[in-house]
Design a protein around this ligand. Structure first.
Ligand SMILES: Cc1cc2nc3c(=O)[nH]c(=O)nc-3n(C[C@H](O)[C@H](O)[C@H](O)COP(=O)(O)O)c2cc1C
Length: 159
């Protein structure tokens, strides 16, 4: 079983959004190969509007170019990108997404896929900010089977 197949099997019923792409980072790539149902709900689109497209479909006017440049640099270097991006849903409403994106490598080290764990976060109103991450809290707290595994992989601080 490949890492891709394993993730698809585990991701099926998870409450956190999980999306897997091919390794082509230059346009028109990356191409989304798999998204779980929670990801469909997060972006408010049918899976056939997601699979086969680039994750750029979530971007809009207020998506910051600097964040995307950092995203691109991390993917090009084969490194993890963990940050906050302004995404847009199918109905054009925007939301703040916490994205944890990592390369999946074959035994020979070659990157075969990227996998991203995505969830909506909200800003805490009226609280002083300690650090960048401290200003956000999850809109949805997942407590499915994947929770322990995601914590073990250090995906998100509080799953
Ligand atoms: C698995 C995966 C998930 C991604 N999810 C998002 C996302 O939710 N929002 C976003 O703006 N970009 C997302 N991206 C990043 C874009 O696909 C793209 O890499 C980014 O726009 C930077 O590249 P560019 O400068 O060529 O546009 C994702 C990338 C991958 C590989």
């Amino acid at each position: 079983m490949t890492a891709f197949e394993l993730i698809c099997a585990l991701a099926q019923g998870a409450t956190v959004g999980i999306v897997v792409s091919d390794p082509m980072i230059e346009p028109p790539g990356p191409t989304i190969l798999y998204a779980n149902a929670a990801f469909g709900r997060l972006v408010d689109r049918e899976l056939d509007e997601i699979i086969g497209h680039s994750p750029r479909f979530m971007q809009g006017r207020e998506t910051r170019r600097e964040t995307l440049d950092a995203f691109h640099r991390a993917l090009a270097a084969g490194e993890r990108f963990h940050g906050y991006v302004t995404n847009y849903r199918g109905d054009a409403t925007k939301y703040r997404a916490e994205v944890d994106c990592r390369p999946l490598r074959a035994a020979d080290g070659r990157i075969e896929n990227f996998v991203a764990f995505e969830r909506e976060v909200i800003r805490r109103i009226g609280r002083p900010s300690v650090g960048a991450a401290g200003r956000y809290e999850p809109a949805v707290v997942s407590n499915d089977l994947l929770t322990g595994a995601l914590r073990g992989l250090a995906i998100f601080e509080h799953v």
